[in-house]
Design a binder for this molecule. Structure first.
Ligand code: CA
Length: 517
């Protein structure tokens, strides 16, 4: 009896251990660490893995993510502007549902559902470093250490869990140091979410001292549309205020001293810029020559900032390698939107047009993603929240409007994946004077509606015949059928996505802006 009992107990114990061990192990293996490196205004044209024809810059560390993971070629943002894009990232929702419409007056409601909150609840350690730009203080992170507002490039004041602190040095490097230090001191028994959000390469494009002169005074290839006259398009495109020719300020162009530098930094800064500025003043350039000078100065500075971001990516990847964490860590590189690097004569973003609509998105997850894949499906930063939740084995809340990219990482795009995309920009009147517009994007077409009383018109672009979007074909008989279908698709998407029609009242879109945190 006793022996039988013992034998049974032993069998029961063995059965339990064989059942419980694999479940426990599988559960642990299924919960990857997540690292999101998110930059501000980084054009896909300025990442060498995207293979842009101008070959503006080599980004070897960001390229590693493409080589060892998946490069998404058509990641579109629902609203091409900083704050709204960040609100979408956190909530997996369009701005009309997360309430953050524009940078000028919106304030993020931190009580709403976000993916870091859900990961935290599921046992992840969560931290964010760097650019936040959502006016209210971060919620749902174990640790946060952010730049107030837009942040600065040198010697940045920051806010650490609600306390103001001051740092010395170059912001991109400081944010990387803080992130790696946090990784080092983490509780190693738990998976982690690290969000490293750079200020760079946002305006006013101030490179690290070590990158001044990185291009050896190269003359950059010009985009075909640098001297675009906006014929073939409407009032909004003609009357914007974001050209290299007219809008760039003396500070953008480094023709006035930079106030945040200490004496030592200023010496190195001036040694680079001063002789070049003197030569520029002496040359007294006019017309196209002046625009070309500004374009080259802009590119030196903008790309210089990206060099430090690329090094930051390299440092984080090295840490993961050294700690043997790379295999089960999902590393994502993206930007809050795309950016103009001289195309159409522009810098900045905001438009439904390709350079600002598309943002870089690279994902490496060696245990799951097929290395070296290029994905051409329409994906979005709307999908990032659900991708992270899916990766962590958490069912996303039904209110989220994106879709997990995990099947795409495995090379298995679902048959019912989205074939069209809705876009909506609200920030007008405001800096850069881009009129409000919305529209639908398909692989071949773009139907756009500028809907304010002083700029009220439709446009249609055939991306196959006119990839640079130089000529609207709206109303042309040969496009009648496509136009009709696109109108129907736009209507369908607005309904499906619960877009208020008409827009919410001005007072709802523009709540009174509170004081900075
Ligand atoms: Ca931005």
């Amino acid at each position: 009896m006793n022996r039988r009992f013992l034998a049974r107990s032993l069998l029961f114990f063995l059965a339990l251990s064989t059942i419980s061990t694999p479940i426990w192990a599988a559960d642990k293996a299924a919960r990857p660490n997540i690292v999101l490196i998110f930059s501000d205004d980084h054009a896909w044209q300025a990442i060498s893995a995207y293979g842009e024809s101008r070959k503006l810059l080599q980004t070897p560390n960001i390229d590693r993510l493409a080589r060892e993971g998946v490069r998404f070629n058509r990641c579109l943002v629902p609203n091409s502007i900083c704050g709204p894009s960040r609100a979408t990232l956190l909530t997996g929702k369009y701005n009309h549902l997360n309430g953050f419409y524009n940078n000028t007056n919106s304030k993020f409601d931190g009580s709403q559902m976000t993916f870091p909150k859900l990961l935290g609840k599921a046992g992840y350690q969560t931290a964010i470093f760097g650019k936040w730009h959502l006016i209210s203080q971060p919620t749902g992170f174990d640790h946060w250490h952010i730049l107030p507002g837009q942040g600065v490039y040198y010697n940045p004041p920051m806010i650490r869990n609600g306390q103001r602190v001051k740092h010395e040095g170059y912001t991109t490097d400081i944010l990387t140091d803080l992130s790696v230090d946090w990784l080092k001191q983490r509780d190693k028994s738990k998976p982690f979410l690290l969000m490293l959000h750079h200020k760079a390469p946002h305006r006013e494009w101030e490179p690290a001292l070590r990158h001044l002169g990185h291009d050896k005074d190269r003359k950059y290839p010009e985009p075909d549309t640098l001297f675009d006259d906006y014929a073939g398009r409407g009032k909004a495109e003609r009357e914007q205020d974001m050209t290299i020719a007219k809008t760039m300020t003396l500070r953008d162009l480094k023709l006035v001293p930079l106030s945040q530098l200490n004496a030592e930094q200023r010496k190195v800064w001036d040694a680079y810029y001063e002789p070049r500025n003197q030569a520029f003043r002496k040359a007294n350039l006019k017309g196209k020559d002046l625009v070309r000078w500004k374009y080259n100065r802009y590119l030196h500075d903008y790309l210089g900032c990206i060099k430090a971001v690329d090094e930051s990516v390299g440092r984080v990847l090295n840490y993961l390698d050294d700690e043997k964490l790379a295999d089960n860590t999902l590393v994502v590189y993206s930007s809050d939107q795309g950016f103009y690097v001289g195309e159409h004569g522009w810098f900045d973003k905001r438009w439904i047009f390709e350079e600002s609509l598309r943002t870089p998105l690279l994902m490496r997850w060696p245990s799951t993603a097929k290395a070296g894949t290029v994905n051409k499906d329409i994906v979005s930063n709307l999908d990032i929240a659900e991708t992270f939740l899916d990766a962590a084995g958490i069912t996303p809340p039904a209110e989220m409007q994106g879709r997990s990219l995990v099947p795409l990482l495995k090379g298995q795009t679902p048959a019912d994946w989205r074939k069209s995309f809705y876009y909506h920009y609200y920030e007008h009147p405001a800096v850069h004077s881009v009129h409000r517009h919305y529209g639908v994007v398909t692989p071949r077409y773009k139907l756009v509606y500028f809907y304010e009383p002083d700029a009220d018109y439709w446009e249609l672009f055939d991306l196959q015949k006119d990839p640079q979007e130089m000529r609207s074909v709206y109303g042309q008989p040969e496009y009648a059928e496509a136009q009709k279908e696109l109108h129907a698709e736009l209507k369908r998407l607005r309904k499906e996505l619960k877009v208020p029609d008409p827009d919410p009242k001005e007072a709802d879109i523009k709540p009174r802006r509170p004081k900075q945190p």
